[in-house]
Design a binder for this molecule. Structure first.
Ligand SMILES: Nc1ncnc2c1ncn2[C@@H]1O[C@H](COP(=O)(O)OP(=O)(O)OP(=O)(O)O)[C@@H](O)[C@H]1O
Length: 282
């Protein structure tokens, strides 16, 4: 049986801006249906990575494949399978909302399936001029434009920062619902970690152009722990980072080690992504 085609495959990616290396031998593969959080402090390289994988920026080395095709020579078929939500929508200011939706739909084959939930969620006035929309309304429109033609790979760069709490809450409920229904793959970058904790099944934490931790939700819950003191060498765990309270974060934890830790007076806690992120970002 042939291997399934991966929605996203990034190998040995390097991107430099004059003397600054924004991506440093970056590797990432996403399987169909994964919902992955891309986390990292300011300047970690998230937007650069997204720019490269959408073909907006050219890499200095390495390769990006989307649905098996090189990002620099995508066919229209694969291009149409990708939805991108930017941090803010720019351009198109002279259009009315409804006109823009019709105009962009003209670039799609007539039989392209649509998903109306995004238009309902966005609740935009089709007669409103885009230049008169608020920042949050423009962002709703950006989301509609990216998702209404049922993409199979969705890339979102800080998509919810300008949304009001209700819109953000509803979007974060609809996004995984959509992904599960259509088997879509999602890569979402956000600084609002509490939003991502409930919807992502993988967490990719990057710093200085590289991945410092890439774990599934299951591994995070099963094998990553906060310890109140350094682990014993014979436990065979890997120290990820010191914690602010004097303890440490470790990976490779096994259930059998709980008793050993108890015997040494070491308190063991389940991970909280935000605290772990803060420790790994320092
Ligand atoms: N056009 C550019 N010219 C020079 N340096 C750049 C350029 N774009 C990005 N960089 C640098 O590359 C690094 C990564 O930037 P990037 O915007 O990818 O980070 P980020 O993780 O998206 O940050 P943020 O969370 O602040 O959006 C930073 O050090 C940034 O200064």
């Amino acid at each position: 049986m042939s291997e399934p085609v991966l929605p996203l495959e990034i190998t040995h990616l390097v991107k430099e801006f004059s003397t600054k290396r924004a991506l440093n031998d970056f590797n990432l593969t996403l399987a169909q249906g994964e919902i992955a959080a891309l986390l990292g402090p300011n300047g970690a390289g998230k937007t650069t990575l997204i720019g490269c994988l959408l073909g907006f920026l050219s890499a200095d080395a390495g390769q990006i494949r989307l649905f098996g095709e090189d990002v620099n020579s995508l066919t229209p078929q694969v291009r149409n399978r990708i939805g991108f939500v930017p941090q803010t929508l720019t351009g198109f200011t002279w259009f009315r909302v409804g006109e823009l939706l019709t105009y962009l739909a003209g670039y799609r084959p007539a039989d392209t399936p649509q998903d109306d939930r995004w238009l309902e969620w966005a609740a935009l006035d089709p007669t409103a001029r885009i230049k008169s929309l608020s920042g949050g309304e423009r962002q709703r429109l950006a989301i509609v434009l990216a998702l209404r033609f049922r993409p199979d790979l969705i890339v979102l760069d800080e998509p919810v920062a300008s949304l009001d709490p209700q819109a953000r809450h509803d979007f974060m409920r609809l996004l995984p619902e959509y992904a599960h229904q259509h088997g879509a793959t999602v890569l979402i970058s956000s600084h609002i970690i509490s939003d991502l904790e409930n919807i992502c099944d993988r967490f990719v934490i990057m710093r200085r152009g590289q991945i410092v931790l890439d774990v599934s939700e299951a591994v995070l819950q099963g094998q990553v722990r906060h310890l109140s003191a350094l682990p014993r060498p014979e436990w065979g765990v890997h120290v990820l980072a010191p914690a602010e309270d004097g303890g440490v974060w470790v990976s490779g934890w096994q259930p059998g080690l709980d008793d050993a830790a108890l015997g040494q007076g070491v308190a063991v806690q389940q991970p909280d992504v935000e605290t772990l992120f803060l420790a790994l970002s320092r």
